[in-house]
Design a protein. Structure first.
Length: 182
């Protein structure tokens, strides 16, 4: 296969024996508390920043400051193409000089959520995902106070790939993300 000279999009995954299915990769996305959002400005200068996402109906939502000087915000407005890197598991295996890992990469287009009902649903999903043990009143109070100063972004998934030391054939849903017992 001849690849275009100006992009690496569509390049086959390396280590095919460790590739996961789409469903397995989405399991990593759902289970990860954090990911790194990578953006580029118009000049192509990259910027990566951790975010606390939530996956709702195959759309990824995350929140950010509403400050106009935010580099993440400016990059997303200049260039909506993003990549999110999720590390579902990373355990060093010293005697093998390796890592028992599971990771997923999502590529997509980011957009600012401006519809108020969707913003509220997304923020409630983010709070439920990342603060599940808080009393509901505390979460609602936080939401009411913070929403005016918060932007919600969504990423429409264009592609998702995953890799794990165990690979798709030995992947066990609900088990393979647990830390390796040695």
């Amino acid at each position: 296969m001849t690849l275009p000279q100006d992009t690496t999009r569509g390049r086959p995954i390396s280590r095919k024996n460790r590739a996961l299915t789409r469903s397995q990769a989405l399991e990593i996305v759902r289970a990860s508390d954090h990911c790194v959002l990578s953006t580029c400005d118009k000049a192509g200068v990259p910027y990566g920043v951790p975010v606390t996402p939530v996956l709702v109906d195959e759309v990824i939502y995350f929140h950010a400051t509403a400050r106009p000087e935010s580099r993440r915000r400016e990059n997303l407005l200049m260039n909506p193409a993003v990549s999110l890197c999720f590390i579902g598991k990373s355990t060093i295996i010293e005697d093998l000089f390796g890592v028992d890992y599971a990771s997923a990469i999502v590529a997509g287009k980011a957009s600012l959520v401006t519809e108020e009902d969707e913003r509220l649903r997304a923020m409630r999903a983010i709070i439920a995902r990342h603060a599940p043990h808080n009393p509901p009143e505390l979460n609602e109070s936080y939401l009411k106070k913070g929403l005016p100063f918060t932007q919600v972004w969504k990423v429409e998934i264009e592609s998702v790939t995953g890799k794990a030391r165990v690979g798709a054939e030995r992947w066990k849903s609900g088990v393979s993300l647990k830390t390796l017992e040695r």
